[in-house]
Design a protein around this ligand. Structure first.
Ligand SMILES: NC(=O)c1ccc[n+]([C@@H]2O[C@H](COP(=O)([O-])OP(=O)(O)OC[C@H]3O[C@@H](n4cnc5c(N)ncnc54)[C@H](O)[C@@H]3O)[C@@H](O)[C@H]2O)c1
Length: 334
């Protein structure tokens, strides 16, 4: 690290980073913020090469980018997921990858709940019916699909970590008949703490009336919702995804929605973001789409800004991150 440590931000979603710049200036840190999300890899490398600490939002931190870093002692992912960062490459270079999994757990759980209710109570299509009825000067409910009572039905949760377990806690009070949870990686202690037993994924797809996905994106969870798992779902069931786009095969989901093989879907995350104009769920009445904003509340947006500054301070002080993806690089070297 030079006399004046350098922190580089690859890209950001805040209107500006003036507050962060002041925090860094007060600490004698050089602070450079870029918007490199859609820029070529060599431009990303040029911007990051001599950084001591990197804060990344959506820029792809490939093995080539990570391999070209000369001084980097820490990469901090601005957010809960880290699938845009090549973790193995960080580990190979001995760079700890910090992330922020705890700034928006309630928000994402609440968005998933909101999507479940919006699907089940047909809130967006109801607004269209209202507008049409006003224009016609008479009620016309014919465009609405059938609606069913939620009480007594079955909720399915796939992935019961930070967000899934918040959703579970909130949904316990809504009068579902049963809540089925699939998460093969919960410890016996955690299961006891949550007061649940887990079930196989197929049981959730077959039996749940509302399925909500809260896993991390891994090779195992990619396309966890696909033609085969969709074919297990009831025609009256809804699917909600607020986790990561690639968890769902969107072409297969569009087919199932178009053919009314499932009742509907609520989707906040996409393969490419924002999705292309050809995204197959656009224009489907039984799909409710939101723009990857599950994380958002003013409270969460502020929480992540302050915790990232704390994470930078920890990195500059040579202290371990609050949350580290590749903890093995923190082990003392023999
Ligand atoms: N839309 C948004 O704005 C937004 C914001 C924050 C987080 N997220 C996403 O939400 C998801 C959940 O985040 P989290 O903080 O709760 O993660 P977490 O790591 O706390 O929980 C994930 C859970 O999934 C489980 N899991 C892993 N593989 C599984 C599988 N094959 N089947 C079932 N369960 C499996 C894990 O055991 C773990 O309990 C992540 O994908 C994250 O990227 C989205």
């Amino acid at each position: 690290m030079g006399d004046r440590p350098k922190v580089v931000v690859t890209d950001y979603i805040e209107p500006d980073l003036d507050w962060e710049a002041r925090q860094m200036a007060d600490r004698g840190v050089e602070f450079v913020a870029h918007q490199l999300k859609f820029r070529p890899e060599q431009e990303v490398v040029a911007a990051l090469r001599d950084a001591d600490v990197i804060v990344v939002n959506m820029v792809k931190m490939t093995a080539a980018v990570i391999g070209a870093l000369e001084n980097c002692g820490r990469i901090i992912r601005h957010g809960a997921g880290y699938d845009n960062v090549d973790v193995a490459a960080c580990t190979a270079r001995g760079i700890p990858l910090a992330y922020c999994p705890d700034y928006c757990m309630d928000e994402v759980a609440e968005q998933a709940i909101g999507l479940i209710f919006a699907c089940a109570r047909q809130i967006p299509p109801s607004r269209r019916v209202l507008d049409d009825s006003i224009a016609k000067r008479r009620w016309d409910f014919t465009p609405l699909a059938k609606c069913y009572r939620m009480a007594g039905k079955t909720l399915g949760i796939i992935g019961c970590g930070r967000i899934g377990s918040r959703l579970l806690a909130k949904m316990r009070h809504f009068g579902f008949g049963e809540i089925l949870v699939c998460d093969p990686y919960l410890s016996r202690e955690r299961l006891a703490e949550l007061g649940i037993q887990v079930v196989p994924r197929e049981k959730v797809f077959r039996e749940a009336d509302y399925i909500t996905i809260h896993t991390l994106l891994t090779d195992e969870t990619r396309h966890l919702v696909n033609r085969q798992t969709l074919s297990l779902m009831k025609p009256t069931a809804y699917l909600v995804n607020t986790s990561r786009g690639p968890m769902v095969d969107h072409a297969a989901l569009a087919e199932a929605l178009r053919e009314k093989r499932i009742a509907g879907a609520g989707i906040d995350v996409y393969d490419n973001e924002p999705p292309e104009e050809t995204y197959p769920l656009l224009g489907l009445d039984n799909a409710i789409l939101t723009p990857h904003l599950s994380w958002y509340s003013e409270d969460a947006a502020w929480t992540i800004r302050t915790t990232i500054v704390e994470d930078i301070e920890l990195a500059l002080a040579g202290k371990p991150p609050r949350y580290c993806v590749n903890r093995e690089v923190l082990a003392p070297k023999r």
